[in-house]
Design a protein around this ligand. Sequence first.
Ligand SMILES: [Fe+2]
Length: 272
Amino acid sequence: MQTIIHLSDLHVGRDKGVFGRVKLIFEEIAAAYPDVPVLITGDLTDSASKPQFRTTRELLDGLAQTNPILAVPGNHDYAWKGIVAKFRPDAWKNWIKYLGSPLGWGRSEVPWLEKGHTPAGFDGLGIWEHENTVFFGVDSGDPKDKAKTSCGFISDTLASALSRELVKRSDKTRIVFLHHHPFVHSTNLKLYGGEIFKKAVSGNCELLLFGHKHDYGLWRNRNAIPLTIASHRTTKLISGDCVAFTVIRYDDTVGSIMQPKQWLEVVQLAGG
Ligand SMILES: [Fe+2]
């Protein structure tokens, strides 16, 4: 059996309590789940400022001592408060500088949005293989298009590349993760290119993970995908003094049917 951890929407810098909560969650993961890959589906920072990216990187460096970390950017990593890109013209460059590498995998730091870096043959798609599992990190932001920053954007080219790479690895357990929520229809959250994205992943992966809406959601066999999870905001307090993160366990034996199980691990804040 394999285990992974799904975090989302940390929003470092949002308020004073977030730093301590992230630190606590990371310490808990390091102690209870060493070596388990940690996937973070965007909005690591709250407003994409350099100090917020620096702080986030420091926190991630701590966790990277024990766990592989894979992160994709969210709209709050590309724009002030996730909506005003003009206040953060360098946000996506800061992402690349501080976070845009497959952290913790023991590789040289490679900014995956940078021109020329094409691990999957296309910018915006990061692929990492780990035993019988393949992780597909999708950058669903469009840092150069202010109108699409908040809603997210999947281009035809990105969707085709994703589809092609997924099909190539149909003998593996395929986990696709992105920030934006492909199932919402409201004007300010609807993912541009959501339909072509869903077509690309439909029946083509075993696990789909995202965040953005801050509402927990879980679907089985939707779009012919065994399990889809939308994470809540991981740093949100629940029951007054607790936070929680998602743990997923599955069988990745080649040729077998994947049997994913998931649960929320609850961590109580000190003094609670
Ligand atoms: Fe968020």
